[in-house]
Write a protein that binds this ligand. Sequence first.
Ligand code: B16
Ligand code: MG
Length: 217
Amino acid sequence: ALEAVIFDLDGVLTDTAEFHYEAWLELANELGIPFDKAYNENLKGVDRRTSLELLLQRSDRRYSEAEKERFMQRKNERYRELIRRIRPEHLLPGIGELLEGLKARGIRMAVASASRNAPAILVSLGITGYFDEIVDAGMLERGKPDPEIFLRAAEALGVPPRNCLGIEDASSGVDAIRGANMVAIGIGDPGTLGNAHRVFPSTGMLNLALLSDTYRS
Ligand code: B16
Ligand code: MG
């Protein structure tokens, strides 16, 4: 039976992608590296270090490790400034009701986000109390699409992966859920998230009945 739901953060609970984009864009501009919304798609769901490497791939210069550390720090400082604006109104559609419904049913919940800023964002959204576990992204050895982050969440919850359902907006995240042998719901474009068991264009369509239904089928 369905015992636990594991949520991605960016793109599922709230949309921080815009803030990540703004912070990376400022860095790219300073370095004279071309960067736009389309290229930013590649950075979604990907950890900070890999995101930086993707950005620097488009430079004709090579940077030292010390410079890269400084770039990541600068981007993160700017990002943290931007996310101070986050309020409970920034929860994506339907999420508040869904968390309430799952809690009422006694279904356990966890967050599996690549973001080291996830705990602070959950506080700003006012939803920390719903989650039994928040995986510490700093403790992971491998990023999504590796299943590690979802397996750690299940282990921390004490629920076997086959009784868990994961919700993701990035294809790397959907692959991570599938790799963990969980049921996967994708939020976004079915063309990009074809690996999910079911895909919905928006979180506004999610509800408890639909999750149970997806889990059973
Ligand atoms: P940070 P998710 C991911 O969050 C973002 O989608 C990705 O763009 C970001 O680079 C990553 O977190 C790391 O974030 O720099 O705050 O540690 O989708 O896994 O919730
Ligand atoms: Mg995401």
